[in-house]
Design a protein around this ligand. Structure first.
Ligand code: CUA
Length: 358
């Protein structure tokens, strides 16, 4: 292949790059700069949103934000440079009447340059990345609270070995104590991500990953969390909530969760308990203190105490609970919980029972 890049041609082209060209180039550069800036403003502006990891003030994980900023600005610089160069060259060397567009083939110097520059950039990003990954996934401090988090299609199970407690979809942790999360999966690859606290680390079947973080900001509202690895039809509906509590409030929560399910009172609640015990529900769920001891779906011993339903898809209200029980796959596509053909009357009783399990 011949080299079409000859000095007179290129020099000539650049010389002919007149005031009009300069004006166009300036406009293009301004446009790309504005675009880069706009992207950054959007990121920063939404830092307070529940799913924005730039707002991770709730933990000791400032190192993740610093790394994010380094990568963002390096990527921003590359984006700006590539866009600007592409646009400027498109204008400078375009085809015009009486002149062909300039094409360059087989220039070794250029090729070495555009191979070396990305290698240097990737190496520069790799060093701080490995440092942060090693710091976040290495050995947790000895006093860490261990939580085994298991991903299922499409919900999260949380086990506290220290207390012999199992719950689902809502993770409670005490403030100012490191939390070590041991990540497992029951079926396919999921990922544990609490943007403002920790993550994201994959949950891989047959392999244990781990991460740790120390939550520092107690807040009434939940920290939002989401599976971050495509895991099938309802991946987007595989969410969870994290609550950071003062130690005393956390201890109180643990004690409440350790208790067996409340005895069903009279009326609707008792009738609901009867329906639960004699239907397909017991084939998949546990309600401690009753005969229901299966472990296919979430533990429902204290389902009434949760703020959300169906893996944090919706608020835990009697209306939503009824909608869910009537036809789970209609609410959550692909749901492993089938439509049990319950009547409205049965659903009303089950809702009364399940909501009583606080
Ligand atoms: Cu689990 Cu995506």
């Amino acid at each position: 292949m011949s080299c079409a890049l000859s000095q007179p041609t290129l020099g000539g082209q650049i010389l002919r790059f007149t005031a009009r060209g300069l004006f166009l180039t300036g406009g293009v550069l301004l446009f790309v700069l504005a675009l880069t800036w706009l992207l950054y403003v959007i990121f920063i502006d939404s830092a307070g949103e529940p799913m924005n990891q730039l707002g991770n003030e709730g933990t000791d994980a400032a190192d993740i934000t610093s790394l994010y900023n380094v990568v963002f600005w390096m990527a921003g610089a590359v984006f700006f440079a590539i866009m600007a160069i592409t646009l400027v060259f498109s204008i400078m060397f375009r085809e015009r009447p009486g002149r062909e567009a300039l094409q360059i083939h087989g220039n070794s110097r250029l090729e070495i340059m555009w191979t070396l520059i990305p290698v240097i950039i990737v190496a520069a990003i790799a060093i701080p990345s490995f440092e942060v990954i090693a710091a976040r996934t290495g050995d947790a401090p000895d006093d860490a609270l261990q939580v085994i988090a298991t991903g299922h299609q499409w919900w999260f199970e949380f086990e506290y070995p220290e207390y012999g407690l199992v719950t689902a979809n809502e993770l409670y942790v005490p403030a100012d104590r490191p939390v070590e999360v041991l990540l497992h999966s029951e079926d396919v690859i999921h990922s544990f991500w609490v943007p403002r606290l920790a993550g994201k680390v994959d949950m891989v079947p047959g392999h244990e990953n781990r991460l740790f973080f120390t939550p520092t900001v107690v807040q009434e509202e939940a920290y939002y969390a989401q599976c971050a690895e495509f895991c099938g039809l309802s991946h987007a509906n595989m969410r969870f909530r994290v609550f950071v509590r003062e130690q005393a409030d956390f201890d109180q929560w643990v004690q409440a969760q350790l208790a067996d399910a409340a005895e069903p009172a009279e009326g609707l609640v008792a009738e609901g308990a009867q329906i639960f015990a004699t239907s397909a529900c017991v084939g998949c769920h546990t309600i401690r203190g009753t005969a229901a001891q299966a472990q296919v779906g979430p533990d429902l011993t204290h389902v009434g105490s949760r703020t959300t339903l169906a893996s944090a898809m919706m608020a835990n209200t009697p209306e939503n609970m009824a909608r869910w029980l009537l036809d789970p796959p209609a609410v959550k596509p692909g749901s492993k919980m089938p439509d049990l053909d319950l009547t409205d009357d049965q659903v009303a009783k089950l809702v009364a029972y399940l909501e009583s399990l606080e």
